[in-house]
Design a protein around this ligand. Structure first.
Ligand code: AMP
Length: 402
């Protein structure tokens, strides 16, 4: 499989932005805890493009979604805390414009000073955003000269500010974050260094079945942990107790294992576990001697023997893609497997790329985030891209000649 990468897509460096009004779609969808930003990775990841545009004399109108508001009345999804933090980080005035669906921005743009930027309020306050509304896109297109998408984490969605809007714009391209994401992820698609291992975990097999399916021909082996491992173990006839098993996926998982093995690829599943009587109970936790789990227990982490096996495999790897924690890592007692795997990945000489979402949080919590080659800012978007799916937000930016 060859990546499409940036083929036919201009980057912000190829665009003439001096004196132009640039619409910059960002992914500022940060987690908020009681109105406070609990992880500002997505904000800091957006800074290089914003600074580039400021340095090159653009008038900047930024936009992002935040969470899943039902209407504009859902004020807990306001971008206000983000605007405040952006102002601090950029040492500039970020003006939050309340109604993203109005062209009132035009009057603000007239007097916009060098150190002022506009941020539209949460675009999902506008019903047309998730409907890919051309009408909403038209309003924005009426006051912008150039369109830049740097919202990698939202580029797999055909939403108005990701898809309908750039369709209307002639001058368009991606920002520096998307450029970096694609360059990094392309290392996994175009001639990855062998052996190439995919470390998969997390709670839902159903979410990751497509990933395994598509990765089967790309990788040399899978290391499977987390709750999804129990569905696979069950398919092999092992007792899994009260562990999270997706009953309707057991047969399919078994067939999948056979297909992987038929391709001469390795699959490492847990050979021991940390188990407990209930997910919130750390007192009853113990390590199983083998693969079997008692009827009244559930698996919450991979065991120490499994970790050694995983570490040995990871040491030899040329390329590693990690998506999904090995256990309930949010509980310190059940985090050893996930953090051990994070350490082994960090210490390997491989190209090591972490998919977004929970894996990024786990890498961060393990203290090894800094040693990874790349931690993607897009969970769903990075998985879809790596599977070879076309992301609407990127396809709309491809032009025949550069
Ligand atoms: P996902 O979004 O599918 O990557 O799942 C991430 C979540 O899976 C994390 O919040 C983990 O706590 C959870 N998880 C991982 N292992 C287990 C397990 N053995 N039992 C229950 N939940 C788990």
């Amino acid at each position: 499989m060859a990546s499409n990468g940036l083929k036919g897509i201009r980057t912000v460096r190829d665009l003439n932005v001096e004196g132009k009004t640039v619409f910059l779609r960002l992914d500022l969808n940060v987690p908020l805890d009681d109105g406070k930003i609990s992880d500002e990775t997505r904000i800091t990841a957006s800074l290089p493009t914003i600074r580039y545009l400021m340095d090159h004399g653009a008038k900047i109108v930024m936009a992002s979604h935040l969470g899943r508001p039902k209407s504009a009345e859902d004020r807990q999804f306001s971008l206000e805390p983000v605007a405040r933090r952006l102002s601090e980080l950029l040492d500039a005035e970020v003006m939050l414009f309340d109604d993203p669906a109005s062209d009132g921005v035009k009057s603000l743009l007239v007097g916009l000073k060098k150190n002022q930027l506009i941020l539209l309020e949460n675009v999902r306050f506008v019903p047309g955003e998730t409907k890919d509304s051309e009408e909403f896109a038209q309003v924005i297109a009426s006051y912008c000269d150039v369109y830049v998408n740097d919202a990698f984490g939202a580029s797999h969605r055909a939403h108005a500010t990701i898809h309908a809007l750039p369709k209307l714009m002639k001058e368009k391209g991606v920002g520096l974050l998307i450029e970096k994401e694609l360059t990094m992820l392309d290392q996994l698609i175009d001639n990855p260094k062998r052996p190439y291992l995919a470390v998969l975990g997390g709670a839902k097999v159903s979410d990751k079945i497509a990933v395994i399916e598509k990765f089967m021909d790309l990788v040399d082996g899978f290391l499977i942990g987390g709750a999804m491992a129990y569905t696979f173990l069950k398919s092999q006839g092992h007792p899994t107790g009260k562990s999270l098993v997706e009953a309707d996926r057991v047969r399919f998982s078994g067939e999948m294992l056979k297909r992987i093995e038929a391709r001469d690829k390795t699959v490492l599943l847990p050979i021991d576990h940390v188990v407990t009587k209930s997910i919130t109970d750390t007192k009853s936790m113990r390590t199983t001697p083998g693969v079997a789990i008692n009827d009244d227990e559930l698996g919450v982490d991979i065991g120490p023997k499994t970790l050694v096996q995983f570490e040995t495999a990871l040491r030899e790897a040329g390329t590693i893609f990690w998506n999904g924690p090995m256990g309930v890592f949010e509980t310190p007692e059940f985090s050893r497997g996930t953090f051990g795997v994070a350490k082994a990945i960090a210490e390997s000489q491989a190209v090591k790329i972490v998919g977004g979402g929970d894996s990024a949080a786990a890498a961060e919590a393990s203290g090894h985030a800094g040693q990874m080659t790349h931690i993607s800012t897009g969970g769903g978007a990075s998985l879809e891209y790596l599977q070879g799916d076309k992301l609407p937000g990127l396809e709309v930016l491809r032009q025949r000649s550069r």
